[in-house]
Design a protein around this ligand. Structure first.
Ligand code: GLC
Length: 428
């Protein structure tokens, strides 16, 4: 049974209501600033989408490009918001930030009631803090194992079901491809930089091995356990063997760079890489497939995908709140979500779009990934509340040290457990 399900809304009635809401806006034109990280073609796609709203309202949108790393964005936004910055009207926010930034954002539950009712309830819940809807979902995210179908076929290998199988297949085909003349070829690329993306990868290794969720829903620190130790040791052994030593500095785009030039057999990445990998100039267009990430292989762990996703929040300090709310509603609404699904393979949060035949034809990963994101594993941002960023930073640091050979997995997880216990104190 899925963890995330949703109510329905008639797409056409909704679209008509939105069109009215947008065109009925007062004529006084304002310039709205929208801050967002830039990954892949995010900026171009945003500009294209937002033109419809600009034309309908007469307002203009200034896109404020931010670094690709969600951790870097969070650090900057936290500073700006603490200083009451009125220059940014809207922020594109990661699913994990809601509790930490809630006080600085406008409650959207009333204006967005219709959107909320048409969305997957668990996603709306993830953005609701003390009864306030602090951000509207733009798209959800759940990673895939990307594989080169042509090379698996060439070497008679199957899509790996376990991490052990992945390790074996990657080593064998990497060796053969190098022997055939491609010295730059690697078995597996992923996100090993010390940032939030590594917390996502490591949560998958651990959860899929029966090692829990770092901090459990009831707030218990669970990360120091034998299955987690084993999962990190297995990943550490990839570095410099089936994964380039540089993987320790990779974020999403660096992994995609190696993969999309044709120099990797497997990649862990989010659905946006599906759209780009099949782009007109992509050397691997039509040569790859996607599958759920592998499982740990023991009876304790099935495959685990970390739940990601992006939202839009209106700053409490915005001087153009009405226009900012109108833009947030447009971006979270069916027209903009459909454009994101068609162009960027973004997974909609409006349930009805999973039955849209145009989306299924343009980006088949979207309907296929509905089940994956519904089963996805949340990071412990709900139980750790305002401390999540610190929890995650300690987690990714312990993992990064283990991957770099600074201390064993057992030592680093023992220290992490103590650190997280200190941070928790008497409760999160
Ligand atoms: C993706 C996810 C986001 C996650 C990030 C980590 O953008 O949607 O939730 O935090 O990757 O790099």
């Amino acid at each position: 049974m899925g963890r995330i399900s949703a109510g329905r809304l008639d797409g056409r009635a909704f679209g008509a209501a939105m069109a009215l809401a947008v065109t009925a806006w007062p004529a006084a034109a304002v310039e709205i600033s929208y801050a967002s990280g830039v990954v892949g073609t995010a900026m171009e796609s945003f500009r294209e989408k937002v033109r419809v709203w600009e034309e309908a309202t007469g307002n203009a949108v200034n896109f404020v490009p931010m670094p690709a790393s969600t951790s870097d964005q969070f650090g900057q936004y936290r500073l700006w918001l603490a200083a009451g910055n009125a220059d940014i009207d809207l922020y594109q926010t990661d699913i994990i930030w809601a509790a930490q930034l809630a006080d600085q954002f406008v409650d959207l539950s009333e204006p967005a009631a219709e959107i909320a009712a048409a969305s997957f309830p668990a996603i709306i819940e993830s953005q609701t803090v003390d009864g306030r809807l602090v951000a509207l979902p733009l798209y959800t995210d759940a990673p895939a194992l990307y594989y080169r179908a042509d090379l698996l076929e060439k070497y008679g290998a199957g899509v790996p079901q376990t991490w052990e199988e992945l390790t074996g297949t990657a080593a064998r085909i990497q060796e053969a491809e190098r022997a055939a003349g491609n010295g730059d070829f690697w078995g597996f690329v992923w996100q090993g930089n010390a940032y939030e993306g590594l917390s996502c990868n490591a949560l998958e290794w651990i959860a899929s091995s029966g090692g829990g969720h770092v901090v459990e829903p009831d707030g218990t620190v669970s990360v120091n356990n034998p299955a987690a130790v084993e999962a990190l040791e297995r990943a550490a052994a990839w570095v410099g063997t089936i994964s380039p030593p540089g993987v320790l500095a990779y974020q999403e785009e660096e992994a995609r760079g190696v993969w999309q030039t044709g120099n990797a057999l497997f990649m862990r990445n989010w659905p946006y890489a599906y759209a780009l990998g099949n782009g007109p100039d992509s050397p691997i267009k039509d040569l790859f497939g996607v599958a759920p990430l592998p499982a740990g292989g023991s009876d304790d762990g099935g495959p685990a995908a970390t739940l990601g996703g992006w939202n839009v929040a209106v700053s409490k300090y915005s001087r153009h709140q009405e226009a900012a709310i109108s833009l947030a509603l447009y971006l979270a609404g069916p027209e903009a979500q459909k454009a994101g699904a068609l162009g960027e393979a973004h997974l909609p949060t409006l349930a009805a779009l999973y039955d849209d035949p145009e989306i299924a034809a343009a980006q088949p990963i979207v309907p296929r990934w509905k089940e994956i994101f519904q089963q996805a594993v949340p990071r412990p941002s709900a139980p750790t509340k305002g401390a999540y960023n610190e929890v995650s930073a300690k987690f990714w640091s312990a993992v990064h040290e283990t991957l770099s050979g600074q201390g064993s997995a057992a030592e680093n997880l023992e220290l992490l457990e103590l650190d997280l216990g200190d941070l928790k104190g008497r409760g999160w």
